[in-house]
Design a protein around this ligand. Structure first.
Ligand code: DOR
Ligand code: ZN
Length: 476
């Protein structure tokens, strides 16, 4: 008998104790040049269950196995371990340089590995903000030294006294994930919300990731307001209108649809989902991200639970949450990122707590819960965890288990009551697990990056191994 999950409230109805430790895989020398993983099935890019051998040669996959016909709806009970592609988490705040006390690159990467995340993209609202060539270069050096997962960086657009372009900054867009635009001030990064300026950015950058809240609509007097009223839905709606106008302006200027890819970060409302569908229909290259906290909490939960789950954009209503789940299933949402935003416990406990939820160390377990409980298919889980993010952010070598792909792999193991009784130690310096109330049917047992075992639950051992995704010079 294995864990079963009711689709309504994700509670287990039956359970079995499995061997919690993964036996060493045959031929796995851990740090050797080539190895074989046999006896553990995997899901291929089409969501088909495969049996056979995954060979790894110089960090790349060579598949020797057969796939079942049709994508699976449930993973059969007798399968207690399964290999997945490493999670690609394209939205993290590791806060280095400047606020290492909140996380730092080294610890953030350990938290990532615990969640089955093998590649991250770090946000620019560090101190100083990552908005110039010099700061980007310095941050890159820090990551080269401290990173333990694959990594890429966003460049921030810090206000627009002078509109930043690749030429004016001396930055090759191929060396970064995207330009990040905040339409509401965030930490060290200033807001940008004028359509003419946004249109100019759209004309100059191939990819722009946007935090869509128009801060000019935040009420000035916030006394007595709960967090979601301090940053009302109207600010999101206004930001969407500004973005649509910006795309139209850019289109008029070009005489055709702009090629710029606009990535709508942390979608949390019905309005954003309608907007994404409409923009995609109009032919714009728009992609959408959401985060686990919008799928598992509402504004009402925040009022009950307090600052630990206070976040920007704020948590919204049950109707929004339902729409997000629907959008995960129907493809409107392209990927789920953590927006891992740790703050020190004392800061969260203060009278004026900062916003942000840590979540990276639960990414694969949460995605596996979504699939195991039947809310999305396993095929969609693969898209949302790795495949679509890899495609969106031009990581051509990863995100799938397929011949020639980089061997960034995660072994998931079915959990048991033992795991529920003895929850894992929290890795993030934020010091709490926002998802501790959930019973998660699969947990991360082991993580491989470029074919090398970099993390195992049994030992929590992590070896330094990281490479920049966009390993090209950032000067042009
Ligand atoms: O809640 C948030 N926290 N939203 C953001 O946009 C930034 C983040 C942070 O850096 O703490
Ligand atoms: Zn963020």
């Amino acid at each position: 008998m294995t864990l079963k999950w009711r689709h309504d409230n994700n509670t287990p109805v039956s359970v079995t104790i499995q061997n919690p430790l993964l036996p060493p895989a045959e031929g796995d020398s851990s740090f050797g040049e080539s190895l074989k993983l046999t006896g553990i099935p995997w899901l291929n890019r089409h969501g088909r269950l495969c049996h056979g051998t995954i060979k790894i040669d110089r960090g790349l996959l060579k598949i020797d196995g057969s796939a079942a016909a049709g994508d699976i709806t449930t993973i059969p009970d007798h399968i207690t371990e399964i290999i997945m592609p490493g999670y690609i988490d394209t939205h993290v705040h590791f806060r280095q340089p400047g606020q290492e006390y909140k996380e730092g690159i080294g610890n953030g990467c350990l938290a990532a590995l615990a969640g089955g995340v093998t590649t991250v993209i770090d946000m620019p609202n560090t101190i100083p903000p990552t908005c110039t060539f010099a700061v980007l270069d310095e941050k890159r050096r820090l990551w080269q030294k401290l990173g333990r997962v694959g990594w890429g960086l966003f460049l921030g657009c810090n206000g627009c006294e002078q509109i930043p372009t690749p030429a004016s900054l001396g930055i090759d867009p191929a060396g970064i994930a995207a330009l990040k635009v905040f339409m509401a001030r965030s930490g060290s990064c200033a807001a940008v919300s004028e359509p003419e300026i946004l249109a100019c950015l759209i004309l100059n950058w191939p990819k722009i990731a946007v935090h869509a809240e128009d801060e000019t609509l935040f009420p000035a007097d916030t006394a007595g307001l709960d967090h979601s009223s301090r940053r009302p839905r109207a600010a999101v709606i206004s930001a969407l209108q500004i973005l649509a106008t910006s795309l139209e302006l850019a289109q008029r200027q070009l005489g055709r649809v702009p090629e710029c890819r606009l990535i709508l970060l942390h979608a949390s409302t019905c309005e954003e989902l309608h907007w994404v569908r409409r923009m995609k229909d109009l032919g714009y290259d728009v992609r959408a991200e959401t985060c686990p906290h919008y799928l598992h909490f509402t504004a009402e939960d925040q009022i009950k639970n307090g600052a630990q789950i206070q976040v920007n954009p704020p948590l919204r209503d049950a109707t929004d949450q339902q729409a997000l789940w629907q959008a995960l299933a129907d493809g409107t949402i392209d990927f789920v990122s953590s927006d891992h935003a740790p703050h020190a416990p004392t800061e969260k406990a203060s009278a004026n707590p900062p916003s942000g939820i840590p979540g990276i160390e639960k990414m694969w377990p949460l995605m596996a819960l979504a699939a195991e409980s039947g809310r999305i298919s396993w095929r969609r889980a693969l898209d949302l965890a790795a495949q679509n993010a890899a495609e969106c952010y031009a990581m051509r070598d990863r995100g799938v288990i397929a011949d020639g792909a980089r061997a960034d792999l995660v072994v998931l193991r079915r959990t048991s009551y033992k795991d529920v009784d003895m929850p894992r130690k929290v890795v993030t310096k934020a010091g709490y697990d926002a998802y501790r109330h959930l019973v998660l049917p699969w947990d991360v047992e082991r993580v491989l990056i470029a074919g090398k075992t970099v993390w195992e639950q049994a030992t929590s051992r992590a070896v330094p191994l990281a490479e920049e995704v966009y390993a090209v010079q950032s000067s042009c």
